[in-house]
Design a protein around this ligand. Structure first.
Ligand SMILES: Cc1cc2nc3c(=O)[nH]c(=O)nc-3n(C[C@H](O)[C@H](O)[C@H](O)COP(=O)(O)OP(=O)(O)OC[C@H]3O[C@@H](n4cnc5c(N)ncnc54)[C@H](O)[C@@H]3O)c2cc1C
Length: 268
């Protein structure tokens, strides 16, 4: 049963509490954690509330962007350097939830932001009892965080806006989880694709890179024939399941169509 909520002011203190009390939980915006707690699904004696830690805010240094884990989803919509991503953020939850939900919480619960961050080849900054370390987002999706670690920031290079692609397929137009989602960076040299990065969401236990599709596009012209063939190849990278939003069969059926449309969309 929850007995204690700690509200540390420094990262060092927060990490110290989590190290001293291995069973303690983390509270960020609380949009999921509080509901799970109320439903009896979070059995912790201590919760460490991150709200006073200095890990919120967006910093841009040239093309490099760093976003603190306690930054709200709604704050992303106020930042011009992230304009390329605004449409993707508006597809996440509702304005009310976005005003409380943090980007750290969204990544940890496997939310839509992770698909964008995977396509952006983000690096995660995490703090634990052994210090601060940086992990590529792919590694996070395979190995997770270590016990007692706090995600403090995410960093990536801002893409040229014309190279960015995003699509989230939903059962309704707002505040709905994904049937599937796609985020991609598709750099072009003339009409030739150069080292594309394509991430897919809601099609496997975690967001995944569509590596085979990327390989088929790299060095080829971005035309419908090439893209349609490559998009079909993406089926080899996914393991969809049935859930309340769509069946695995439906997800497989529609992925190539949405992926082709998304990759061929003119973003100029
Ligand atoms: C009605 C509704 C609709 C939603 N729709 C969408 C949607 O369409 N798309 C979407 O992507 N999401 C959606 N969400 C999920 C929403 O985005 C998440 O609830 C939110 O991002 C979680 O962030 P939080 O700050 O509230 O995390 P919390 O609820 O406080 O925490 C969630 C989990 O993350 C862990 N955690 C949080 N921050 C850190 C950190 N810095 N380091 C380590 N662990 C941490 C906590 O321990 C906890 O286990 C929806 C949620 C609701 C309630």
């Amino acid at each position: 049963m929850l007995e204690n909520i700690e509200i540390p002011e420094t990262l060092e203190d927060a990490v110290g509490i989590l190290a001293d009390q291995p069973g303690a939980g983390i509270l960020a915006g609380g949009t999921i954690a509080v509901a799970v707690l109320k439903a009896g699904g979070l059995k912790v004696q201590t919760l460490v509330d991150l709200s006073r830690l200095p890990i919120a805010g967006i910093n841009t240094d040239g093309a490099r962007i760093s976003i603190g884990a306690m930054t709200l989803l709604s704050d992303l919509l106020e930042n011009d350097a992230l304009a390329f991503m605004h449409e993707a953020v508006r597809c996440m939850a509702s304005p009310t939830i976005r005003n409380s939900a943090t980007i750290g919480g969204n990544l940890i619960i496997g939310g839509d932001l992770g698909v964008c961050l995977l396509a952006l080849q983000s690096e995660l900054v995490v703090a634990g009892a052994e210090g601060v370390r940086r992990i590529p987002i792919d590694e996070y999706y395979t190995a997770g965080l270590r016990a007692g670690e706090i995600l403090t920031a995410m960093e990536f290079d801002a893409p040229d806006r014309a190279t960015w692609r995003h699509c989230k397929v939903m059962r309704k137009k707002a505040a709905s989880y994904a049937v599937l989602s796609i985020a991609a960076v598709v750099p072009l040299n003339g009409s030739i694709v150069e080292r594309p990065r394509i991430a897919l969401g809601a099609l496997a236990p975690t967001p995944v890179r569509a590596r085979r599709c990327e390989g088929m596009l790299d060095g080829k012209p971005l035309d419908p024939e090439v893209v349609n063939a490559a998009a079909t190849e993406a089926l080899a990278d996914i393991e969809p399941v049935d859930d309340a939003f769509a069946s695995a069969w439906y997800r497989r059926r529609v992925l190539p169509v949405y992926l082709s449309r998304t990759l061929l969309a003119d973003n100029e």
